[in-house]
Design a protein. Sequence first.
Length: 288
Amino acid sequence: MSHGLIRALIVGDRRRPGVAEGVERHLPFLSSHLDILAVDLDESVDLSHAEAELVLVFGGDGSILHVARRMKENALPVFGVNYGHFGFLADVDPDHLEQAVERLISGEYAVSERTRLRVRLCRDGRVEEEWLAFNDVVLGRESVGRMVDVDVRVDGDVAIAFSGDGLILATPTGSTAHAMAAGGPLLDPTVAAVVMVPIAPHSLAMRPIVLAGDQTIELAVRPTRGAASVSVDGQTAWVMQPDHTIEVVDAGAPVRLLRVLGSPFYDALRTKLGWRGRPDYRIDAAVE
């Protein structure tokens, strides 16, 4: 951060309830404490080439995922103001925004660098599509009621081949999303790893596995069963042909999240996921 006013962009989705009103409410304070370069509520700013020291995102976790896609590999620090339901990524409550900004200006913040995955759709060794995944890449069946046959290679070596509904490759950030719902482990967001979670595998032996973050993962689908599709961070799925492969590697382009008032990871698990641990025993309860 510079020693003068911090150069900031305000970004949000005006369609989300409360966002436009929230920006209007806080703009006088923000303008007096930050150098506001632009207010972008309709995606008019090219974030992939923007020059700023801070991006304030008014919205929920999905809004931060969307902003990360718009930024591409631009390493702008992101500061989330939560107008969503969960707030794992956008964890500053609007009522505490002014206090958080004052602490940020005073240098009382931490930067959490979150891994992203580079996802390539390839055919005959040629890249046809490429995306950056902040949460996960999901290879799944295209039609209900049919399984897919998935072959997985890790660093060029055959790892597993299975039939099921699909496969999730998630970043540590994404381990608390779709991967967790499918039975995968939770990863600390600072861990350099990828979690691989089979979706409804047709084998009781199949289990989630945690891979090193620097490994190259290749996915292929056999044409013996149903067709497959691939989605990145829950976005529109692309149909995967039998001669396609998916290559997944560390993107080397992390998202930089600023934390000011946000809770540590384990506090978030307790408060947002209800991860209390032991039951609430009554000490004076009689033993029957």
